[in-house]
Design a binder for this molecule. Sequence first.
Ligand SMILES: [Zn+2]
Ligand SMILES: [Zn+2]
Length: 202
Amino acid sequence: MYDTLTSTYTFSCPIHGETHVCLSRFRRLERLPGAQHPAVYRVEFACGCGGEHPGLVSHDDLDWAPLGLHDETKFVNLMTSKVEAVAAELSDVAAMRIKAGEWPWSFFCWPEERPRPVYPSAFKLLAPTVSGDRVGLAVRCPVCGKVSVNLVSRAHVDVPFVNDREVGVVEHVFGHDAAASVEEFRAELWSESFDARRLGLE
Ligand SMILES: [Zn+2]
Ligand SMILES: [Zn+2]
């Protein structure tokens, strides 16, 4: 489902059969109702074929797999010459970094006027800029429950522990559902102006 080496999720595409997309190509995430363990998210993603398709991602795949916690790929450890699982190595590194106060993902909560750590399951809507190098990101704050919209780099979304030093913030509290559709979100997003905020989490 998630490939740690390419940082991509595998979904099915009606044209290509199978496609691999990174997190910043997700357009909409929605937790399915019910008490599945782990929870399941319905996503819509922008596919390489030009279309947008639905897919399902488990909570584990969304939040933990990018940190390498579910990877079963084996590699040869050059220090010990033993075959080991990548997951153990990566999860150690991730755990150490989190303990040291680094966060895999973060965003700027506008209602609280402060940066917050976050996991991808808190992302609601994503829309790329026309140039494609930045992404408008609607996040539901895990602490205050309000939706904020940040303008970030693709790497900020796709690569754990890569956080933009400064992000664009829309000075506007979005409704509880942020927007009914990706199209509305896009239209609303690009009609707003962005203010720069620093994302230092210290
Ligand atoms: Zn497709
Ligand atoms: Zn908040």
